[in-house]
Design a protein around this ligand. Structure first.
Ligand code: CMC
Length: 429
């Protein structure tokens, strides 16, 4: 007999089936709960809620495992490139040589944006946050490719193989243009001969007179950063993308919502917050211990620490921490912030407060130092996270559009407001 969960409330009992994922994770299938019992589940923050079935990424937070389509993140980080990983995440298999060449060809063919889009940049104040600009422009992309953004699920799915590499290519161009606009510098057009991350750095840092040529160390470090961010199961932004997609919205609208969700400091914005935190610790002449005490008193938050799912270590943080030291060595740099980060990490890992709450460095702890070392301005860090996460959002959009049961995502709530009241005329108030 298959396993089931029994629910007893007063004199009534119901049973609900157990469903099991391919890696043995078990869930009580409560889809019939409200119809049969009149009750709903309450799970503020969704820590115990499986919102979907997905075959894209697997995380075992206790063991520090992250796999995309079955491939371990360590394996991919050591052997694959960002675009290859993007293909894997989106299509479910590592590409053959021909498939990879075709995919990269589509990415290269789409580097340029419509000249009409350049005018959009004139409308933003110079001090606009790049994440606000990116969210707006990604959504606007759909206006330039109406055939790819119809909000007709079948048609949008049919055009997905065109839309996905186009989005992966153009997000990078838009991001670099955003930086140039904010700096008051002329746009630099993409060079389709360059590799993905080299091309981004060229559009960011070349001048009309001198081409910026990223060293292999720098280009590889950026590619690794993007790869490590490519997908991460049902995090805040990916769940947002799925939520928007469930209503039938097109891919560009859905990933634009993902950018907005990513922006917050508890999510993707943490990579900026970590650097700001390390800089302020450095400026205060603190060796990190005063900051840790403040975090324990809840007067501060140790940014880049803690994770909803990882409870022993974040495998991405491990890879990035090592890459950070290697890249700084290779570039012959010595960043005092890296020393502070090492000291903070050590102190926190030995402190009861952090041990009891199982708080460890997450991916954002070292990513800011890496991005700083390769010359990325702080305001662009979360944008870089968004470029990296795009393949995951696209794969999740596609899964909702093609594999889901087609139902709109629509949670319930426990209402805690006033009970029924009668209107009182304005003159009597
Ligand atoms: N510094 C100090 N205390 C913390 C921290 C931290 N970074 N994170 C959690 N805690 C404490 C929290 O105060 C609470 O203590 P208590 O039990 O005494 O009330 C306990 O640990 C549990 O915290 P929580 O807020 O319930 O945990 P959560 O699962 O809701 O939040 C988190 C996870 C990542 C939002 C949180 O750990 C955090 O805010 N970290 C700092 C921001 C950060 O680095 N975010 C990037 C996450 S990884 C990249 C991504 O996926 O976006």
């Amino acid at each position: 007999m298959s396993e089931e969960a029994k629910l007893t409330i007063g004199d009534n009992s119901w049973s609900f089936p157990i469903i099991e994922g391919t890696e043995g994770e078990k869930a009580i299938d409560t889809r019939r709960l409200r119809n049969e019992t009149g009750y709903i589940t309450y799970d503020d923050g969704y820590g115990n809620t499986g919102s979907c079935q997905s075959s894209i990424s697997f995380i075992d937070g206790e063991k520090g495992i992250l796999r995309h389509r079955g491939y371990g993140i360590e394996d991919l980080a050591a052997n694959a490139r960002f675009l290859e990983t993007a293909y894997l995440i989106i299509y479910g298999e590592l590409p053959s040589q021909d498939e990879y060449a075709a995919f990269r060809g589509l990415v290269h063919d789409n580097t340029q944006i419509h000249v009409g889009m350049e005018n959009h940049f004139d409308g933003f104040p110079l001090d606009s946050h790049p994440m606000a600009i990116l969210a707006a422009l990604l959504n606007s992309l759909g206006c330039y490719y109406p055939d790819l953004a119809t909000n007709d699920r079948d048609q949008d799915l049919e055009n997905f193989d065109t839309a996905a590499p186009l989005a992966i290519s153009k997000v990078r161009t838009l991001a670099a243009m955003t930086y140039r606009m904010k700096m008051g510098m002329p746009f630099i057009y993409p060079d389709p001969k360059l590799l993905y991350s080299q091309n981004f750095l060229h559009m960011m840092f070349s001048t009309p007179y001198e081409k910026f040529e990223a060293s292999d160390t720098v280009a590889h470090a950026l590619d690794l950063f993007l790869l490590l961010h490519a997908d991460h199961e049902q995090n805040c932004s990916t769940s947002t993308v799925r939520m928007v997609a469930s209503g039938g919205a097109n891919l560009f609208a859905s990933v634009s919502a993902g950018v907005s969700a990513l922006w917050g400091p508890l999510h993707g914005g943490a990579n900026m917050a970590v650097i700001r935190m390390l800089e302020s610790i450095h400026k205060d002449g603190d060796d990190g211990s005063r900051f840790i005490e403040a975090a324990k008193r809840k007067e501060a938050r140790l940014m880049g620490f803690g994770h909803r799912v990882y409870k022993n270590f974040d495998p991405r943080a491990k890879i990035l921490g090592e890459a950070c030291t290697r890249v700084l060595d290779e570039l012959g740099m010595n960043d005092p912030l890296l020393d502070i980060a090492h000291r903070l990490e050590q102190a926190a890992l030995e402190d009861r407060y952090f041990i009891e709450r199982r708080l460890y460095p997450n991916v954002d702890f070292y990513s800011g130092i890496l991005l700083k070392a390769i010359g990325i301005p702080v305001e662009m860090y979360t944008v870089l996270f968004a470029i990296g996460r795009l393949p995951g959002w696209l794969a999740n959009w596609r899964e909702v559009a093609s594999v889901g049961d087609g139902r709109i995502h629509r949670p319930r709530q426990i209402y805690t407001g006033s009970t029924k009241r009668d209107y009182v005329a304005l003159e009597e108030r």
